[in-house]
Design a protein around this ligand. Structure first.
Ligand code: KG4
Ligand code: ZN
Length: 348
């Protein structure tokens, strides 16, 4: 396996666990940033927006219809043929099971057809390791993973070695953004819509709760905050554009405070990992959150690493990279590896 490590590896990554159909070709070796040769992301937002959220059956069907073309484009744009690849990586969970099955089966098919090894990648590991694709970021580091399905603080010791420091006891943070956006009539997906509305709003007009703040743990809670926004919105008969902007800004300010407080505690508790703080997942695309964490990192003397927004939301490059990190140490997965709806990085 040493021989594999001695040259850059070229990996195709497939991502189909939620509402993006994505494929990418990445080249590199662990320990140094890699090169994204191509990254194609086909968003299903238009398919789901009439329903105010991702509809699993529609997602699975849309992945099935578009994945072949997305893969073909990713290969063409990278200038690689199947034979030039070292391995095929595909998300094997966690996520919406129909979509995960579509991507994993496609990965298995390509693996059989090309004779290249398969890597069944944990989607959360994809987010967790994405920082190492774009920057020099040695293990261990502290990871704040903030997405539509997760809100966790983890100490990352290696590509498959994680320690959970804190997690949400109810909603994921992206889920809170999405639900609040719907109740404010801002549509789906909620994160970017709330961020846009908040720009012109007054973050101090409404004093929303910051659950679990100052508790001696790194856990999160967002459902009380979401309910408080609902009560406030219900109490105001009709919402003007200014009201919506103020509600969005006040909600976002509460989320920022919660994330900052919990992450500050984890930085203090996580030893050497506190020297590097990585933020990943779709919610890390939020500028207010990025700025607050940048302040926190500079106060704590830590280096903040946030992948660019296109690598924070779901994409194939992070899956290719997570596969590459494991493949470089000699790992691959059997063709009977199952698709999983649930697959925590560490037992919760
Ligand atoms: O990581 P991701 O693309 O998919 C999951 O694995 O969940 O994250 C999607 C989540 C959604 O809840 C979306 O509303 C949120 O990330 N999001 C944002 C922003 N962009 C996406 N949340 C806040 N601000 C944003 N700019
Ligand atoms: Zn994700």
């Amino acid at each position: 396996m040493r021989a594999i490590m001695d040259r850059p590896l070229t990996i195709l990554g497939l991502e189909t666990s939620c509402d993006e159909t994505a494929a990418a070709v990445v080249r590199g070796r662990p320990g140094a940033p890699g090169e994204i040769l191509s990254s194609v992301v086909w968003s299903q937002i238009r398919d789901h927006s009439p329903y105010g959220g991702v509809v699993p059956e529609i997602a699975a069907r849309a992945h099935l219809v578009t994945l072949d073309e997305v893969i073909a484009r990713a290969l063409a744009e990278s200038g690689c043929r199947l034979g030039d690849l070292d391995a095929i990586a595909a998300t094997a969970g966690p996520g919406l099971i129909g979509g995960v099955m579509v991507g994993l089966m496609a990965g298995k098919g390509l693996s059989v057809a090309s004779g290249k090894p398969l890597l069944a990648v944990n989607h959360l590991a994809g987010h967790a390791l994405s920082a190492r694709l774009v920057e020099q970021c040695d293990f261990p580091y502290l990871l704040l993973l903030v997405s539509g399905g997760h809100c966790q603080l983890l100490r990352v010791n290696g590509p498959t070695s994680y320690r959970l420091l804190g997690t949400t006891i109810d909603d994921a943070v992206g889920e809170a953004f999405d639900k609040v956006a719907i109740l404010l009539g801002l549509g789906f997906p909620g994160g970017p819509a709330i961020e846009r509305a908040a720009k012109t709003g007054n973050p101090r007009r409404f004093a929303f709760p910051r659950p679990l703040l100052d508790r001696p743990s790194c856990h999160f809670s967002f459902s009380g905050l979401k309910t408080a926004v609902r009560y406030q919105a219900d109490a105001m008969d009709t919402l003007s554009d200014d009201d919506v902007a103020d509600l969005a800004a006040s909600f976002q300010a509460a989320v920022v405070d919660i994330l900052k407080d919990r992450t500050a505690r984890a930085l203090r508790d996580s030893g050497a990992a506190g020297e590097r703080l990585v933020v990943a997942g779709g919610v890390a695309a939020n500028r207010a959150i990025r700025e607050a964490l940048a302040d926190l990192a500079s106060e704590a003397g830590a280096r903040l690493i946030v992948p660019p927004p296109t690598l924070c939301t779901d994409n194939g490059a992070m899956i290719a990279w997570a596969g590459l990190e494991r493949f470089a140490s000699g790992e691959s997965d059997p063709l009977d590896t199952p698709a999983r709806a649930r697959w925590p990085l560490v037992a919760e």
